[in-house]
Design a protein around this ligand. Structure first.
Ligand SMILES: NC(=O)c1ccc[n+]([C@@H]2O[C@H](COP(=O)([O-])OP(=O)(O)OC[C@H]3O[C@@H](n4cnc5c(N)ncnc54)[C@H](OP(=O)(O)O)[C@@H]3O)[C@@H](O)[C@H]2O)c1
Length: 316
């Protein structure tokens, strides 16, 4: 099969031929039509995360996919050969299986039926980013009428988080430049604050919400010092997808919070797909690349310039 893979540790990813994976107990072999890129794909492809999780090579890049079931392993009974599905390769050592390939082996727990009304690109764009957004909103236990700031709102996770918050009746303050304002507003943001401006975020937020926001979903800060804690009222909650929610630092600011480890399992994927199919959750795909250009998509994400989701088309 053609696969976008890292042939050996330290090498650049290439598109080359690899054996089709063999289905094992509790797994689903999917003939991939669409795969989505995520920020973590760069971390895995470069070996940056190898100290945390052993990698094995050749390592196929990509975690999210949508396609048609080719084979199911023993113990899998919720999908069958020929079904249209989507899902995620959950992180487990050694990291080797991936989705940017003609075939992908997915753990059954992270495979869900694709609603007929949802395209393969849209379904592939849901798992990791959608689950991270869903888990972040859950962690904040957002109530109708609350105000939540999303930093990194323009990216894959942020685009879903803005919508899920608005759907819960929250007022959403989203980061983005002037060029992003219309897109963010159409996703449900009430206020857009510019993270590239010289005026600190907390000051921009205070101009509209002088008492501070009730919650912060941070998708961009790698350390607690970088979080816009000054924008959050005392007693507010913080969720970080980058492990920046340090309990002690938050407590000193009168806040609580949690670090998100997204779990794109079937129970999370099915409701996200249902909302996307009925049109209440917009799947914001900004680029669809052919397999040979998957590396360009990784570079766009690494540069920090990604908007919405980038899809790799594997087969029509
Ligand atoms: N813990 C988990 O389970 C989990 C799951 C999924 C993702 N993540 C992590 O969450 C982060 C977001 O993921 P993603 O897929 O949404 O990434 P992405 O698609 O690359 O989006 C990142 C976005 O953040 C914006 N941005 C960068 N620096 C910013 C800043 N200082 N302030 C405000 N916005 C800024 C970028 O826009 P500009 O071009 O305007 O800077 C870009 O649109 C990634 O680091 C990813 O690794 C974690």
């Amino acid at each position: 099969m053609r696969a976008f893979n890292v042939p050996e540790s330290g090498a650049q990813p290439v598109v080359s031929d690899l054996p089709v994976p063999e289905v094992t107990d509790g797994t689903v072999l999917v003939r991939v039509k669409s795969a989505a890129l995520n920020a973590i794909d760069n971390g895995l492809a470069t070996g940056m995360m190898a100290a945390m999780l052993p990698h094995a090579y050749p390592l196929v890049v990509g975690r999210d996919a949508a396609g048609v079931v080719e084979a199911v392993g023993a113990g899998v009974d919720h999908v069958a050969v020929g079904d249209e599905v989507f899902g995620h390769v959950l992180l487990a050592p050694p990291v080797q299986a991936g989705t940017i390939a003609e075939y992908a082996l997915l753990p059954a727990a992270a495979v869900a039926a694709k609603p007929a009304g949802l395209g393969f690109d849209q379904a592939a764009a849901l798992p990791l980013a959608g689950a991270a957004a869903f888990d972040s909103v859950q962690a904040l236990d957002v109530q109708p009428g609350q105000v939540v700031l999303v930093t990194g709102a323009t990216g894959g996770v942020g685009s879903y988080a803005v919508q899920l918050l608005a759907a819960r009746g929250a007022t959403v303050v989203a980061t983005g430049t002037a060029a992003d304002a219309d897109r963010l507003t159409s996703l449900g943001a009430t206020t857009v604050v510019d993270h590239t401006s010289d005026t600190p975020l907390a000051e921009q937020v205070a101009a509209s919400y002088p008492d501070g926001v009730d919650g912060l979903i941070d998708l961009v800060s790698y350390s607690p010092d970088a979080l816009a804690l000054g924008a959050v009222r005392k007693g507010g909650k913080v969720a970080s997808t980058l492990n920046a929610a340090d309990e002690q630092v938050l407590a000193e600011a009168g806040l609580t919070g949690s670090n998100i480890m997204a779990a794109p399992v079937r129970e999370v994927l099915e409701p996200l797909a249902a909302q996307a199919a009925e049109g209440t959750l917009k799947v914001d795909i900004t680029q669809v690349l052919p397999l040979e250009q998957a590396g360009d998509g990784l570079a766009t994400i690494a540069s920090g310039a990604a908007r919405g989701k980038i899809i790799v088309n594997i087969a029509d």
